[in-house]
Write a protein that binds this ligand. Structure first.
Ligand code: NDP
Length: 659
C-alpha cells in the first residue's frame, strides 16, 4: 500500500548543508550559492518501512517532496553540460604536498586526537576551504564580542584571485565573473538563554536535589568551558522518580480522557515554539551542533512531534480499529546526546499521548535541553509526576530500565548498550524498543541529478557533524561517474564552514565529547592504515573545543573497518559499484539496517531498490528528512520497533493479544 504526502523540498539544494525542515537552514544564507542550484523533475521521496519484521514487506509510505522543476532534458545532458558544472582544469587534488594529500593522523587517544585537530599543518596552504577557515578564525576573535548578525561582505582575496583560480564560492558564476566573498561573523546571542548555575532532578513536578548529594558539570564542546552543574542521580533517586511516575499514572494521567491529554500536548508544543530560540541556543551550547541546525531542525521538529501526537491522543480507537488500546504504564526512556531535545520529543510525545507516564534519562553530556523541558512541563501545568527527568551516568540508566515497576523501555544509543538492556530485561515482560546505530549506504546512480546528489550526500554525512545514527556514511557511486562525482564532492567539502557552532553560517560544529572525538580520529587513522585515500579540506580548526575536519576516504574496500563500523562523525567512505545488484549487495553487507539513500532519475529503479535494501528508512533523491508522521527504526543491529507516525503510538499501547 502506498500513501503519498506532499512536503516542501525547499532547502534541499541551496545551502552548504540542506535542511530537514522546509525553509530552514538557508534562511540566513546569502544569495550566492556555492554550487548552482538546479531544478529537477524526479521527485525526492522518503520511503519508510513500517514493519520491522524480517522479510516482511510491511506497509510502505512514501513522502514526496515537491520537485523544483528543472527542464527534463537538462537531466539527460552529460554532467559536463549541467548548470554549475565547469571543468576547472584543477591540478590533481591528490598531488603530494597539497593539504588534501594522504597523510598520517597522529595518535588515537583523546589527548593526541585533540592535538591533531587543533594543530596547524605546515603542509596546509590557503586552500579553497578559506571562507570557512576565515570564519572560524573570525568567530574565535569575536566570540567574546558577539556582535550583531553580520552581512555578507565582498572583498578581494589575494590567495585565490592572484593565482587566477576561482574560489569555490565563485564557481556558480560564469567565466571571469568571480566575485570573491567571505562571510562576516553572524553569532547568535546567548542573551536569550538564562542558565541556572545548578539543575536538580525533575521528580513529581518539582526540581529536587539528588539524594546522592552529587553533581557533575556539563561542558560547551566548542570551548570546553563549563555551562552548568547537573544532579548526579543515585539508585534512591531512580526509586523516587519511578514511584512518582507510577502515582501519576494511577491517579491522573492514566485516567484522563484522550482529549484532555491532547490539550497538555498542544500546550507543550506551543510553549516549545514560543521558546524556540532559547532552546536552540541551549542545545547548541550543550551539544556543539550549529545553531542553524538547532534553530531549523531540532527545535521545530521537536515541537512538531508534540503537535502530531496531540492529534492522536483522542483518536486511538480509530488508529487501531477493533481494539481497545490501553496505555502500558510507566515508561523508562533513555536518550543519547546527538539530538537531545528531538529524541526527548520522539520519546515523550507518543508516550504521553497514549496515556503513559515517563521517567527520562538524558545523556550526561547533554542534559540542558531536558532541564529546560522540565520547565516547559511546569509552564504547561502538566500534572506532577507525568514527566520525570533524572540525570546521571549510564548505571542509573540501567537501574531505571530494570526497575520492577517500569512497564516499557525505550532506548536510543549504541548497539552495545542496547544489547545490554535487552539482556537485562529479557523475560520480565517489559515492552522494549531499541533504536541503535547505523552504517547507511547512500547510492548514487549515473543518471542521478548530480548537483542535488552532491548536496544530498554532503547533507547525509556532514549534517550534525555526522553524529547521526542514520547518517549516509557510505557513499556507493556508480563506477562510470565515480571520478567526476568524487572530485566534485571534494570541491563541495572545501566550501563547508567548520567552526563556532553559535555562528549562523557554520556548517560543521563541534564534536559532542572528547571520547567521541577520540573514536572518530582513531577510525580515521584506521582508514589510512588500511590503505584508503584520505581527503580533508584545508580548514584551520578553532584552537579550543573538539573539532574534526570533514573527511572523505576513497579507495575503500568493502571489508575495511571504515566501511563496516559506525564512526559517528563527519567521515565519508566512498565505494563504487557497476550494477544495481552489486549496489544492493554492498549496501546490505553490514550488520546494521537503519537507513539508506537512492539517487536516480528512474522511479521504477527507486521502487526496485527500496524493496531489496534491508533498511528501515530509505530516502530517494533526498536524505536525512524527518517527519513526525513517518515511522523510523531499524533492522538487524540497528534495533527494532518504530518511532514516529501511528507506529510510534503502537509502541506505547497494549492492544491485546495477537496484535
Ligand atoms: P551510549 O549508548 O553509551 O549512550 C546513550 C545513552 O545511554 C546515554 O544516555 C547514556 O548515558 C546511556 N547509557 C550508557 N550506558 C548505559 C547502560 N549501561 N545502561 C543504560 N543506559 C546507559 O552511547 P555513547 O554516548 O557511549 O556513544 C557511543 C557510540 O554509540 C557512538 O560512537 C555511536 O556510534 C553510538 N551512538 C548511537 C546513537 C544513536 O542515535 N543510535 C546515539 C549516540 C551514540 P550517559 O550519557 O550518562 O553515559
Amino acid at each position: 500500500m502506498l500513501s503519498r504526502r506532499v512536503v516542501s523540498a525547499s532547502g534541499t539544494t541551496q545551502g552548504p548543508l540542506s535542511a530537514a525542515v522546509p525553509g530552514g537552514l538557508n534562511a540566513t544564507r546569502p544569495s550566492v550559492a556555492p554550487l548552482a542550484t538546479m531544478n529537477r523533475s524526479t521527485p525526492p521521496a522518503a520511503v519508510t518501512r513500517a514493519s520491522d519484521a524480517a522479510g516482511s514487506s510491511g506497509s510502505v509510505s512514501q513522502t514526496w517532496s515537491g520537485g523544483i522543476g528543472l527542464p527534463a532534458q537538462a537531466l539527460r545532458r552529460p554532467a559536463a553540460q549541467l548548470p554549475g558544472f565547469r571543468d576547472r582544469g584543477r591540478p590533481d587534488a591528490r598531488t603530494p604536498g597539497r593539504p588534501d594529500a594522504q597523510r598520517r593522523i597522529p595518535g588515537s587517544s583523546a589527548a593526541s586526537a585533540r592535538r591533531h585537530v587543533t594543530q596547524r599543518s605546515p603542509a596546509v596552504s590557503p586552500g579553497p576551504c578559506q571562507p570557512g577557515c576565515t570564519l572560524s578564525r573570525m568567530a574565535e576573535r569575536t566570540r567574546a564580542k558577539r556582535p550583531a548578525a553580520g552581512a555578507l561582505t565582498t572583498r578581494p582575496r589575494s590567495d585565490t584571485v592572484g593565482r587566477g583560480t576561482a574560489s569555490p564560492s565563485s564557481w556558480a558564476l560564469g567565466e571571469g565573473q568571480a566575485t570573491p566573498w567571505e562571510y562576516a561573523p553572524a553569532p547568535e546571542s546567548r542573551d536569550v538563554l538564562t542558565l541556572q548555575a545548578r539543575y536538580g532532578l525533575f521528580i513529581g513536578g518539582k526540581e529536587v536535589a539528588p539524594r546522592s548529594g552529587q553533581w557533575f558539570t556539563t561542558l560547551d564542546p566548542a570551548t570546553e568551558e563549563p555551562l552548568a552543574e547537573v544532579a548526579k542521580a543515585g539508585p534512591e533517586d531512580v526509586e523516587q522518580a519511578v514511584t512518582a511516575a507510577r502515582r501519576a499514572f494511577r491517579r491522573d494521567w492514566g485516567r484522563l480522557p484522550g482529549r484532555e491529554r491532547a490539550k497538555y500536548l498542544f500546550r507543550i508544543a506551543r510553549i516549545l515554539q514560543e521558546r524556540s530560540r532559547e532552546f536552540a541556543v541551549a542545545e547548541t551550547l550543550d551539544n556543539g551542533k550549529p545553531i542553524k541546525e538547532t534553530r531549523d531542525v531540532d527545535v521545530p521538529l521537536a515541537a512538531a512531534h508534540f503537535w502530531y501526537y496531540a492529534g492522536w491522543a483522542d483518536k486511538l480507537e480509530y488508529a487501531f480499529p477493533g481494539r481497545s488500546p490501553r496505555p502500558l504504564g510507566v515508561a523508562a526512556q533513555i536518550i543519547p546526546w546527538n539530538f537531545p531535545l528531538l529524541m526527548l520529543a520522539w520519546k515523550i510525545a507518543p508516550a504521553l499521548a497514549a496515556g503513559n507516564t515517563v521517567v527520562l534519562k538524558p545523556a550526561s553530556s547533554t542534559p540542558l535541553s531536558a532541564m529546560l523541558f522540565a520547565d516547559v512541563c511546569r509552564q504547561a501545568d502538566l500534572p506532577p509526576g507525568v514527566v520525570n527527568i533524572i540525570t546521571g551516568p549510564g548505571e542509573i540508566g540501567m537501574a531505571l530500565v530494570t526497575h520492577p515497576d517500569v512497564d516499557k523501555v525505550a532506548f536510543t544509543g549504541s548497539t552495545a548498550v542496547g544489547k545490554a538492556i535487552g539482556r537485562a530485561i529479557a523475560g520480565t515482560g517489559k515492552a522494549l524498543t531499541l533504536e541503535l546505530g547505523g552504517k547507511a549506504a547512500n547510492i548514487v546512480f549515473d543518471d542521478a541529478p548530480l548537483d542535488q546528489a552532491i548536496e544530498g550526500v554532503v547533507n547525509g554525512i556532514f549534517f550534525n557533524q555526522g553524529e547521526v545514527c542514520c547518517a549516509g556514511s557510505r557513499l556507493l557511486v556508480q563506477e562510470s561517474i565515480a571520478d567526476l562525482f568524487t572530485e566534485r564532492l571534494k570541491d563541495r567539502l572545501s566550501t563547508l564552514r567548520v567552526g563556532d557552532p553559535m555562528d549562523k553560517n557554520t556548517d560543521v560544529g563541534a564534536i559532542n565529547n572528547p571520547a567521541q572525538l577520540a573514536k572518530i580520529n582513531e577510525l580515521i587513522q584506521v582508514g589510512v592504515d588500511e590503505g584508503a585515500e584520505l581527503y580533508q579540506p584545508a580548514c584551520e580548526l578553532p584552537s579550543r573545543g573538539w573539532f574534526v575536519r570533514p573527511t572523505l576516504f576513497t579507495n575503500v574496500s568493502q571489508s575495511s573497518r571504515i566501511a563496516q563500523e559506525e564512526i559517528f562523525g563527519p567521515v565519508l567512505s566512498v565505494l563504487t559499484f557497476r550494477t544495481p545488484d552489486e549496489a544492493i549487495e554492498k549496501a546490505n553487507n553490514t550488520p546494521y539496517g537503519l537507513s539508506a539513500g537512492v539517487w536516480t532519475e528512474k522511479g521504477s529503479r527507486i521502487l526496485m531498490m527500496t524493496k531489496r535494501l534491508r533498511a528501515g528508512v530509505i530516502w530517494a533523491n533526498t536524505f536525512n528528512r524527518f517527519d513526525p508522521t513517518s515511522p523510523f527504526g531499524g533492522y538487524k543491529e540497528s534495533g527494532f520497533g518504530r518511532e514516529g507516525g501511528v507506529h510510534g503510538m503502537h509502541a506505547y499501547l497494549d492492544l491485546g493479544e495477537g496484535f
